[in-house]
Design a protein around this ligand. Structure first.
Ligand code: BMA
Length: 862
């Protein structure tokens, strides 16, 4: 089979062995070159839409092309979003000129393959219409041999405005209630739903060829699909079944499978129908933290009896089993993922599109955030249903890094149509995506939609329920069971397994998964996370403001006021700013300036997620997963993310690395502090439960320690305990009574350090407060910094030593990029803390010292 990218530099030709490798051309750095212009000849005065052909990049989208040609400014800067809405109302036309190579032209069948078209497009080749598209989530393939010329060819793609389509089709289905899409109607279109705006996304309803487009020529046959089934008899032997489906019915072919590891053949098998290869003593694939991520190279060839290869297929696969286990247990019904027979506590966050304009994102862009997830001890992500089915790069990285993927189908919040035409396009999309992704080692679960059951009361009505069930209880599970090679399917997130169980929290304590938004949307106290013993929590979150460095990417210095028009435009949750302030001031003192407020908002976000995750981890094995909202951003915005659009880690991401650690020490403080009439404080707190949670594969002996300090630095007592840490165990190790010390010193003056050490090395540590920190008179004190170069001028260690207790001590090294082994940590009196630094650009010791800034919570206060 021969392939030719239509978008390679200078129309260069690439010969690939299979369609799946087509993404390679993007990875090889080939920039698509084409041209675009406004389609049609409607002329409007003041219309910025170009009527002449301008250079375009494919894969990409019209917004990026307009920006590249300086027709529009950067859509993310200032309030530009508001001025760029005209783009969605226009039709756009692209053209690609190419010259097919002889090798491709000589093949019997030549197909034009478009892996992603956003969305309503008509394709014309040399003046002949060859196809139409209507679904951003489906790949298209047309046999174009008879329209193809030797020499120069011209492909034209005219995109119709999705907004016009929506207006023309409005009457088809009116959902009783719409969420998030600010104008409405987005659900009528199979298109990235958050393009229409979301409570963290701008509204940019774009269009374009967002994934690869290429020619594929073949003569005798090609693999239309190869189903990969992993059905392993034991941990001693892996059994890989390959079920090929050829494009053309063929008799007498022999299928030969080869499994290789690091270039060495470890198994071969052949057959005339399906093929089963056995790998003895396999190296199993494990989620991050539990073992390696070995990937085998698996090849399948279809050969004639004479040994001539007519079609070939290749994938990289890890050997593993993964099931969502739902068995009756003492709390109701389990909801846990079991990998290679081992129950896994899922530690992750929700993934949204990495950019508002997803077309043409490269592997490095994905690697940045996925590596950061693993560095923060994640073992999973949920690909949320309002974005896109992700790129091959995304799933390659998840396979390589050990991130299990909970994969939503792309439906979110609002009810969808269920007429025949809509179901047909969804079916095509689902078959395409399940076939494309079913073999992925990282794939743990298919989920029908995001929150449709949870937020739509109208599903009580038979008419809406029937439509809903057609999609999510019939069509999608049928496609998964037909093409999903045994993968699990869960109709919605959240969902409890049956309509009869409803949506209430008590049921979430028994079964299914839960989205818990009372903290944040309903402004309930952060400690309310601890009220419920959920089985699995797939959404919960707390917003924070963007870091000053991120604001600087979209805001001029005079526009940075958080409540001014620019920052209001970069906050998409209507009540967002007010809710952030509400939570910040429950916990902290008044900040000295706006940047300090931003910092407090990020500390508060980290605190809220820590309370939630540590509670759910302490609940293990009743609770077996936490997927917080959300990992990333699609533009620079105030949001629930832990990694900002620029890649900057918020305080939360550093906190996640601690609260997701395999060995965790965590405190639970029963009781609460309230204010009674007259704003007098009352507290029922007088003890601290100290817990360990452990999910590293090898059991360990460890030392639990606690020490009580007066905020003035005096140690008021310490103790410790030897403990055994076992996989999957969460244990209350001791209860420390504090009534006496509280009476003697005042509860506002006590802080408690808890720590966990394995082989004498501290692996987890934190501070426990008995009151909201704003009541604690935190001391200010001098910090000593010792700096040491380690090898070249890119590697340093910084050792911070303080005379006094400093809460969430932070440091910053200026504008240059760097990685730090920790930040926003605790500094206890006379306990030095050493941090490893890797700088992107070398700096001398003097330069580094010059850049270094640091402080702790108290330095944010007035
Ligand atoms: C959840 C998500 C998103 C939303 C987020 C924050 O419900 O599924 O729809 O962005 O909450 O409100």
């Amino acid at each position: 089979m021969k392939q030719q990218s239509l978008t390679g530099n200078a129309w260069s030709f690439r010969l690939h062995s299979h369609a799946s490798t087509s993404a390679q051309s993007a990875r090889d750095g080939a920039l698509g070159v084409g041209q675009f212009r406004k389609a049609g000849d409607t002329d409007r005065s003041q219309d910025l839409a170009p009527r002449n052909w301008l250079p375009a990049e494919v894969p990409g989208c019209v917004h990026k092309d307009l920006q590249r040609n300086q027709i529009i400014p950067d859509p993310f800067v200032g309030t530009n979003e508001l001025r760029l809405q005209w783009i969605e109302e226009r039709d756009w036309e692209y053209r690609l000129r190419f010259t097919p190579r002889a090798e491709v032209l000589d093949e019997d069948v030549i197909e034009l393959v478009a892996e992603g078209v956003d969305t309503f497009a008509t394709f014309t080749l040399n003046g002949v219409e060859i196809g139409e598209t209507e679904n951003m989530f489906t790949g298209y393939r047309w046999n174009i041999k008879r329209h193809l010329r030797r020499g120069s060819n011209e492909l034209r793609v005219v995109f119709k405005s999705a907004m016009r389509y929506i207006r023309e089709n409005e009457a088809r289905f009116k959902p009783p209630c719409e969420f998030n899409d600010p104008v409405g109607g987005g659900i009528l279109v199979r298109k990235q739903q958050c393009q229409f705006g979301w409570d963290w996304a701008p509204r940019f309803v774009t269009c374009g060829l967002w994934r690869e487009i290429f020619l594929e020529g073949w003569s005798e046959n090609r693999f239309a699909h190869v189903e990969v089934v992993q059905n392993h008899p034991s941990l001693e032997t892996a059994r890989l079944r390959l079920k090929p489906k050829l494009q053309r019915a063929a008799r007498g072919l022999i299928f030969e499978a080869t499994v290789m590891l690091n270039g060495r053949v470890v198994a071969t098998a052949s057959g005339t129908d399906e093929v089963e290869a056995e790998v003895a003593s396999p190296e199993w694939w494990w989620p991050a933290g539990l073992g390696g991520q070995t990937l085998y190279d698996v090849t399948l060839a279809a050969k004639t009896p004479g040994g001539r290869t007519v079609a070939e297929w290749h994938r990289r696969l890890g050997l593993r089993t993964v099931v969502l286990e739902r068995e009756p247990d003492r709390w109701g019904e389990s909801f846990r993922f079991v990998v290679n027979g081992r129950p896994i506590f899922m530690k992750g966050a929700n993934w949204i599109p990495a950019h508002s304009f997803v077309g043409g994102l490269d592997r490095a862009r994905y690697a940045r955030d996925l590596r950061a997830a693993v560095e923060a001890n994640f073992n999973c992500l949920r690909v949320w249903g309002g974005g896109v089915y992700e790129s091959e790069d995304f799933y390659d990285l998840c396979d390589e890094l050990g991130l299990l993927v909970w994969q939503d189908f792309m439906f979110s919040c609002t009810l969808y149509p269920s007429d025949r035409k809509f179901l047909a396009t969804v079916e095509a999309e689902a078959v395409y995506q399940v076939q494309r992704l079913h073999h992925r080692t990282c794939l743990a679960l298919w989920c029908g939609n995001n929150e449709l059951v949870q937020v739509n009361r109208s599903l009580q009505k038979a008419k809406y329920r029937r439509g809903y069930e057609k999609l999510f209880h019939d069509l999608l599970p049928r496609v998964v069971s037909e093409w999903g090679a045994g993968a699990g399917y869960w109709p919605s997130s959240q969902w409890r397994g049956d309509w009869k169980y409803g949506n209430d929290h008590p049921e979430g304590e028994r079964r299914g998964d839960t989205h818990f938004w009372e903290v944040w949307h309903a402004r309930c106290p952060v400690r309310d996370y601890e009220k419920w013993n959920f089985r699995f929590v797939s959404e919960f979150g707390m917003q924070s403001f963007s870091s000053p460095k991120v604001q600087a990417t979209y805001c001029a210095p005079h526009e940075t006021n958080l409540f001014g028009p620019v920052n209001e435009n970069h906050q998409k949750n209507r009540a967002g700013n007010q809710i952030i302030l509400d939570y910040v001031f429950r916990r902290y003192r008044f900040p000295k300036d706006q940047n300090a407020l931003v910092h407090l908002s990020q500390l508060n976000q980290a605190y809220a997620m820590q309370v939630a995750v540590e509670h759910y981890r302490r609940l293990m094995p009743r609770c077996m997963g936490t997927i917080y909202w959300q990992l990333n951003d699609c533009w620079p915005v105030a949001s629930w993310s832990s990694i900002e659009f620029t890649g900057n880690w918020k305080v939360l991401h550093f906190a996640a690395r601690r609260f997701y650690a395999r060995a965790l020490i965590t405190a639970q403080v029963p009781g609460e502090e309230t204010a009674i009439t007259g704003n007098y404080r009352r507290s029922t707190v007088d003890e601290v439960h100290v817990w360990t949670v452990y999910d590293a594969p090898v059991n360990a002996a460890a030392e639990v320690e606690w020490e009580i300090y007066h905020v003035d630095g005096r140690s008021l007592g310490r103790d410790g305990k030897r403990v055994q840490l076992r996989y999957g165990e969460s244990r209350r190790q001791c209860t420390v009574k504090l009534r006496k010390l509280m009476a003697e010193h005042g509860r506002d003056n006590l802080v408690m350090r808890i720590s966990l050490a394995i082989d004498g090395r501290c692996v987890s540590e934190d501070t426990v407060f008995l009151v909201p920190p704003r009541f604690i008179e935190l001391p200010r004190g001098a910090t000593q910094v010792a700096m040491r170069r380690v090898g070249d001028e890119r590697h340093y260690t910084l050792t911070f030593t303080s005379e006094v207790f400093q809460h969430r001590f932070w440091f910053d090294l200026g504008d240059g990029a760097y990685e730090a082994s920790d930040n926003f940590f605790e500094l206890y009196p006379k306990r030095p803390k050493t941090i490893q630094i890797t700088l992107a650009q070398p700096l001398s010791e003097a330069e580094l010292r010059d850049q270094l800034r640091f402080g702790s919570l108290v330095d944010s206060y007035v």
